[in-house]
Design a protein around this ligand. Structure first.
Ligand code: AMP
Length: 178
């Protein structure tokens, strides 16, 4: 539910919402070269290579010079991306305020994604092998970001199980402490 919640956060706090997954999907819809490349990884549940992902993210940030702030959704996904984000934000004389993770048990996650796959039209949701690979990649590459941001006192875990409204309340409670 990170995309859904990020949209609420964007509106409430007047932020620019950048979802790397949405950017890739837009490129796929528009048949761009980047879309074609991204699709070959996304359909398997693998991460798109860092170099193209970071370049795309940087272009998007630099496109909004007057932004009050950003909510990055699905980025960073590994330490290399997190380091690149730090350098990028430093160049804009700012830094990450918080890393908020919606925490959901793996089995619940698989069921939720497969259910979404019935209607989302996302090939990476519809197939259990792909869904489980996404979770495997999460543990192999992304989970380390919990300690990465905890070490900077920037990690906030939010219980991601419950109604959309319940989770919004929990999320806002965290953001209001920042
Ligand atoms: P999402 O929309 O966040 O669920 O992302 C869907 C897919 O897009 C992921 O499984 C990856 O294949 C790709 N993707 C999204 N964000 C990133 C990222 N930061 N780095 C690499 N691949 C990404």
């Amino acid at each position: 539910g990170k995309g859904t919640q990020a949209e609420f956060v964007k509106i409430k706090y007047d932020l620019i919402h950048i979802s790397t997954g949405d950017l890739f999907r837009n490129n796929i819809s528009n048949n761009t070269e980047l879309g074609l490349l991204a699709k070959s990884y996304m359909d398997k549940g693998d991460l798109v290579p860092d170099e193209v992902t970071i370049k795309m993210l940087e272009a998007e940030v630099n496109n909004h010079p007057n932004a009050k702030g950003f909510i990055f959704d699905g980025f960073p996904r590994n330490t290399l991306q997190a380091d690149a984000l730090e350098v990028l934000l430093q160049s804009h004389e700012t830094e990450v305020s918080a890393m908020i993770a919606l925490e959901v048990d793996d089995n619940v996650l698989v069921q939720r994604l497969l259910k979404r796959g019935e209607t989302s039209g996302r090939p990476d949701d519809a197939n259990e092998v792909v869904v489980r690979n996404r979770i495997k990649i999460y543990y192999g590459e992304t989970a380390v970001l919990k300690s990465y941001y905890s070490n900077k006192n920037k990690y906030y875990g939010v219980d991601g199980v419950g109604s959309v409204e319940d989770i919004t309340v929990r999320l806002n409670a965290v953001i209001n402490t920042l």
